[in-house]
Design a protein around this ligand. Sequence first.
Ligand code: PHE
Length: 330
Amino acid sequence: QMEISLGAVQSQEELAEFWQAYLGKKGSIAGLMKELGKVSAEERPAMGKFINQFKAYAEQRYQEVRAEMDRKELEARNKNEQVDITMPAVKRPMGSLHPITIVKDQMVDVFAGMGFEIYEGPEIEDDDHNFTRLNVAKNHPARDMQDTFYVAEDIVLRTHTSPGQIRVMDAEKPPIKVLVPGRVFRSDSDATHSPMFHQMEGLVVDKKITLCDLQGMLDEFVKKIFGSEVKTRLRPSYFPFTEPSVEVDVSCFECGGKGCSLCKGTGWIEVLGGGIVHHKVLENCGIDPNEYSGLAFGIGIERIAMLKYGINNIGLLYENDLRFLKQFKD
Ligand code: PHE
C-alpha cells in the first residue's frame, strides 16, 4: 500500500491518487469496513462509527485541499491571461498605392470632373477592333508603328486602348464621353518602354466637337496634373484614326520653358497624342459624320508618372522594390 500524505500533494494527479488510495471503492478505508466482520459484535458499532467519522474527516480534508488547489490554479491562469491595457499598441506597417495607380486615379478624377464615364475593354483583342475599324487596314504601313504581340491569327494583345473607342461606339449612341484606362502591350523594351504599359483613352462624340474642345480639355488636364503654370502646345502629327492628328506638348515644368536636360533644351515636353476622330472610324461604327464629330486622345500613364515623379527608368515601376514603392504615399 503506497503512502500519500495529503499535505504533500502537489498536483491534480497526485490528489486523484490520494482519493483512490484511501477514499475510493478499493481504497484502504473501504478495506477497513470489510474488516468489520472480524470484530466482535459488542465492539462493532463503536468501531463502525469510528471508521465512518474517520472517512468523513478524510473526505473533508480532501475537499479542502482540492478547493485550495483549484483556487491556486485559477489565480495562476488569471494572472497569465491578464491584459495590460496601458501597453502601447503594435503598429502595423501601412502599405501604399502603386505610383501608376496614384496617377491613374488622379487622371480619372480630372476627367470625371468634366463628365467622362469609365469603360474598360478586353486586353486580348481581335484585329478588327485593334486595327481595321480604326482605319488601319491589313497592309497599312501604320501597323509597323506598333510592334504587335499576336495570340493567334487576327487575335492580338491590344497595342493601345483605342479599340475601346470602337467598342463604346458600337454599344452607345452619341453623345458619348468616355475614358478607357487599361493595360496595353507592345514588343518594345528600353529605359522608357516596357512590353506592358498603361494608357488612358479619351473619346467624345457629339454635335460640333472641334479641336478647340480637345485643346481645352487637355489644357485643363495638364494644369491639374503638372501645375497651373504649365502651358500646352499642339503640334501636327499622324494617327490613322484621327484627322487632323496632334501631339500635345507641355511647357517644361523643370526649367519653366528655358531649356534643360528634361526637355532636351527645347522648353517643351511631349505628353500625349490625340485628334479629331476620322470620319471613316465614325462610319465604321454606324455614326453619321455629317451629323456628329468626335475627339480622341491617348495618354501613356507611365509617361505621365515618370515625368511627374522624375523616374528615369520604367523598369523601376514593375520591380516591386519596397524602397522605391514606399516613396509614393499619395
Ligand atoms: N492610340 C494612339 C497610340 O497608342 C494614341 C491616340 C489615341 C492617338 C487616340 C489619337 C487618338 O499611340
